[in-house]
Design a protein around this ligand. Structure first.
Ligand code: FAD
Ligand code: DLZ
Ligand code: SF4
Length: 512
């Protein structure tokens, strides 16, 4: 009987994949912890350890189900630290006649395996990961012949195609497709946040393994423990916890930020989801059925706000990644060239919003969406950081960072480096937005109201300077018209101050 070798990548831990529906005696599964993957960017320590911990648990689970598994730990003497070398040695040692793999979600590895397979003298086959709602290319059909690629159009189609949150006549349940206008409340202690569900995944063994290899990482880990879900059963508990305790406020506060509350009402499911420990369909179905049983407690805007993230944004970003790669990785619409400020690695800055967002990222390998977009991304865009530098930082620092979702979010949505393929206008703001959505400005060295003077918030000068500098590229954008008309009302003195100060911040961000 033909011997098969099936590769499972670190973000392909889908136990419900049809591969595992029966135990085949002639099939061997292989998982490889590898230096190639551990060093393609500088990862956060928790991300690196989290991936290895999830992979090791998955291998144990496969064995428990009776499958044959070969597992290369990062410091195994036989580990050649490269997929092709590790696979080749198994093909020879086990007389394998067919190599199978699941389609990688990342362009780099997709190309790698296409090339690798061409070198094989045995047969091979690539399989779908059976995780997403859409295929890599579905989005091409949604946007066929259209100049405009908005997420909202895609999202409505997804709701219709999958019959999610629809009335019998096909109209949107609750009367609206999108409750975004209700999703922008500032959080205060009147809506108490339940104490966090934290898992105690001890990773001392993995830490010892990677220490030997002196892999460069970012950030820290507390008590040699990973608190996010790293197994399927933990992911299911996290989902249940989210639905029971957090969903009822998710929409209201999804754009809020707070100095003491890094997670607010966010689900913390992205790591488990991106490793495919849990599927988007299960999350959507579970939150829908929880809502049905608790409609007296949960407003539709909370549920719709959540479903929009999974069914809309996540699938949309994946489609846009595959539609525009590999060009997307090179795009730099504004030709920004500056280095990323040093404080992105240290949190040493007087700007309180940035200090909090970077510190949270270093401590937990997590920041929620608005911190990523409107603090970390916003500052980088306003201070003209080269998108390559920012991409590298975003790809390394978060536990959930895999390129297919990180890149369109960073380069597209947050930096507008794609010239507006993903976002309809640049996501930029002055201090007024930060102050409206958070308590950061209260504890800041700078004055969020001041437009001029040493104490004026750097975001204020940077924001208006951005509009002055980029006007030729953005003037025709209808969504920018109001901002430009406000800019036109500024006095020449203020404009001069704005530009002088912005120039200094852009040149010396670490002095601020
Ligand atoms: P919740 O707020 O609870 O949202 C639920 C789920 O919706 C998330 O788990 C995620 O799977 C999905 N989701 C929400 N927003 C997005 C989005 N914009 N794109 C895709 N999925 C979304 N997400 C990643 O998974 N990996 C990344 O590397 C990543 N990089 C980002 C970089 C930037 C600059 C920005 C602005 C956003 C990025 N996001 C990324 C999206 C989002 O910030 C994270 O998915 C979210 O913060 C994860 O936390 P959570 O699970 O608590 O999310
Ligand atoms: C992110 C990551 C890391 C840090 N390490 C490994 C690894 O050692 N072995 C592996 O198979 N996968 C790892 N991954 C995830 C891969 O980089 C991931 O499969 C690609 O990013 C494709 O999305
Ligand atoms: Fe951030 Fe400016 Fe507010 Fe300080 S004043 S927290 S720098 S927005």
């Amino acid at each position: 009987m033909e011997g098969k070798l099936r590769l499972i990548l670190g973000d392909q831990l889908n136990i419900n994949h049809s591969w595992f529906s029966k135990v085949a005696p002639n099939t061997t599964y292989v998982l490889c912890e590898q230096l190639s993957e551990a060093t393609y960017t500088r990862h956060h320590l928790q991300k690196l350890v989290g991936f290895f911990a999830a992979m090791r648990s998955f291998a144990v689970e496969l064995e428990r189900l009776g499958h044959q598994v070969i597992y290369f730990k990062i410091n195994d003497p036989s580990n050649q630290q490269d997929f092709s070398k590790n696979i080749n040695q198994l093909i020879t040692a086990k007389s394998i006649q067919k190599f199978e793999y699941q389609l990688p979600d990342e362009y780099r590895l997709d190309e790698y395996f296409k090339k690798y397979c061409m070198t094989l003298k045995i047969s091979y086959e690539a399989f779908d990961t059976e995780h997403f709602y859409t295929t890599r290319t579905d989005l091409l059909h949604y946007f066929k012949g259209k100049k405009n690629h908005t997420m909202e159009f895609f999202y409505r189609n997804m709701r219709k195609n999958y019959g999610i949150l629809l009335n019998l006549d096909g109209s949107p349940y609750g009367g609206k497709w999108n409750f975004d206008s209700l999703n922008q409340k500032k959080w205060n202690t009147k809506s108490p946040i339940p104490s966090e569900l934290k898992f105690s995944n001890n990773v001392a063994g993995i830490l010892a393994d990677i220490k030997q290899l002196k892999i460069e990482t970012i950030g820290t880990i507390q008590n040699e423990t990973i608190a996010l879900p790293i197994t399927r059963s933990q992911a299911l508990k996290q989902l249940e916890f989210f639905c029971t305790h957090l969903l009822m406020y998710f929409g209201d506060y999804q754009d809020a930020m707070h100095t003491e509350q890094p997670f607010l009402f966010h689900s913390k499911l992205s790591f488990a989801l991106n490793l495919k420990l849990i599927s988007p369909k299960e999350i959507v179905q579970h939150s829908l059925s929880h809502y049905k049983k608790n409609q007296d407690k949960i407003h539709i805007s909370q549920l719709e706000g959540f479903i929009r993230q999974i069914l809309g944004w996540r699938e949309y970003m994946r489609g846009m990644y595959w539609k525009f790669m590999p060009d997307l990785k090179q795009m730099n619409y504004f030709n920004h060239t500056h280095k990323l400020p040093e404080f992105y690695w240290t949190a040493k800055t007087k700007m309180n919003c940035l200090k909090c967002a970077v510190q949270t990222s270093l401590d937990f390998s997590y920041a929620h969406h608005i911190q990523r977009l409107m603090i970390l991304g916003n500052f980088a865009l306003l201070s003209e950081v080269n998108p390559d530098e920012l991409d590298e930082w975003f790809l390394g620092i978060y536990m959930d960072a895999v390129q297919w979702v990180q890149l369109p979010n960073t380069r597209g949505m947050s930096q507008y480096a794609d010239g507006g393929l993903i976002a309809t206008k640049p996501y930029v703001s002055a201090a007024s937005y930060v102050n409206r959505m958070s308590d950061y400005c209260k504890g800041c060295h700078y004055d969020h109201n001041a437009k001029t003077g040493d104490k004026s918030c750097p975001f204020n000068s940077l924001y208006w300077n951005f509009l002055i500098q980029k006007r030729p590229l953005l003037n025709d954008n209808n969504r920018m018209k109001m901002m430009f008309s406000l800019l036109d009302k500024k006095s020449p003195n203020e404009v001069e101050f704005i530009q002088d100060r912005a120039r200094d911040i852009i040149q010396h961000p670490d002095r601020y």
